[in-house]
Design a protein around this ligand. Structure first.
Ligand code: PLP
Length: 387
């Protein structure tokens, strides 16, 4: 069937294929260790759940403003001022169905057919596909382990053409767990400002940091950088709220008006009572975030140590998020072959690096319990030894 050109250009998700296979095996009673999930395994903290229940009982069950509940827009603006030194006001905020819709609305509002969007690889799976859906052209810049999979200012500069409209920056990164240093962020900002590009800074993992790594939002570097920055984030990762579908976009008021127009004709407002849960997440104690990060820290230590002991696998110690990005090139297998066989032979689910634009790597999530990590890594070691 000939569907619209925009959808014909979109690649189906490799991640979903592996995930479906792992789920089918589990349903058939097999003991699968899964490291494929991109979500915390914790329940949403109780005070956030309570706030949403109260909102339901108070009748917050109707349509609201497309851009979001005024109280939540204000609380997000306050958070961005206090935590990130970004002088936003409520009018600069659009509440969206997760960080994903924030990015999608942005692409639709900013990209004209043929506009180029620079995306460093490895990248989060949806970035290039969103650019395709907006009729733009993703320009992929491949990074290496030598720079911690971080794009250098020279690489960014070399990829810029007269058609470049936007640069996508994601720190801490999914899939690598790498975090750009403040100096690196400043250097990238210099290039953005010099070429008058837009940068979208995906900061959804900003709270999940280890070993003293520091998160600097690129918009906080200077007034000139602030004017070219759009921030995208959400509640899913820091507050274990993946299913709530609440995220946000922050940027110049006229851009927010444009994206609100798009949202008004597509999804309207985000689920009203879910927004009150998000409000409680911002206004309540942040101790729950620290507790979850402490658990991730122990799991990261365990998984990193076990991977480092396996000959032929290499990986950098992540400084943020909850993923390990493992170089499997010494095994001679492609990432899809590796993940397929690992799942079939040892019942361990991982994500092929191909999904992130790097076919000689795989991604493991450590958002799961320590016992599963121990068991799964023993199986992974056995698998690699056999190859
Ligand atoms: N950005 C990155 C880098 C992600 O990893 C994800 C989720 O996996 C998102 C954005 C979107 O998150 P959500 O739409 O659940 O808020």
């Amino acid at each position: 069937m000939n569907w619209a050109t925009r959808v014909m250009r979109v690649t189906p998700s490799v991640t979903l294929a592996i995930d479906a296979k792992a789920k089918a095996m589990r349903a058939a009673g097999e003991d699968v260790c899964s490291f494929s999930a991109g979500e915390p395994d914790f329940d949403t903290p109780a005070h956030i759940r309570e706030a949403a229940k109260t909102a339901l009982d108070q009748g917050k069950t109707r349509y609201g403003p497309a851009a979001g509940e005024p109280a939540l827009r204000q609380a997000i603006a306050t958070k961005l001022n206090n935590d990130n030194h970004l002088p936003y006001r409520a009018e600069n905020i659009l509440v969206t169905n997760g960080g994903k819709q924030a990015l999608f609305n942005l692409m639709l509002a900013l990209i004209n057919p043929g506009d180029e969007v620079i995306i460093p690889a490895p990248y989060w799976v949806s970035y290039p596909e969103m650019v395709h859906l907006a009729s733009g052209t993703p320009v992929i810049v491949t990074t290496t382990a030598e720079t911690g999979y971080r794009i250098t200012p020279a690489q960014l500069e070399a990829a810029i053409t007269p058609k470049t409209r936007l640069f996508v920056l994601n720190s801490p990164s999914n899939p690598t767990g790498m975090v750009y240093t403040p100096e690196e962020i400043r250097d990238l900002a210099t290039v953005i400002v010099r070429h008058q590009l837009w940068v979208v800074s995906d900061e959804i993992y900003e709270k999940i940091l280890y070993d003293g790594a520091e998160h600097l939002s690129i918009g906080a570097v200077s007034e000139a950088a602030f004017e070219r920055t759009i921030v995208c984030s959400g509640f899913a990762k820091a507050y274990a709220m993946t299913g709530w579908r609440v995220g946000y976009l922050a940027g110049p008021a006229d851009l927010i008006k444009a994206t609100t127009k798009i949202q008004g004709h597509s999804t309207s407002n985000v689920c009203t009572f879910a927004q009150y849960g998000a409000l409680a997440a911002l206004e309540g104690s942040q101790a729950c975030v620290a507790e979850m990060v402490a658990a991730f820290r122990d799991r990261r230590a365990c998984m990193y140590e076990r991977i480092s002991e396996i000959p032929r696998l290499r990986c950098l110690k992540p400084q943020g998020a909850f993923y390990l990005f493992v170089d499997i090139s010494a095994t001679g297998l492609s990432s899809v072959e590796f993940c397929d066989r690992l799942l079939e032979e040892e019942k361990v689910a991982t994500i092929p690096g191909k999904a992130f634009g790097m076919d000689d790597h795989i991604r493991l999530s450590y958002a799961t319990d320590l016992a599963t990590i121990e068991k799964g890594l023993t199986r992974l070691a056995k698998f690699v030894e056999r190859l």
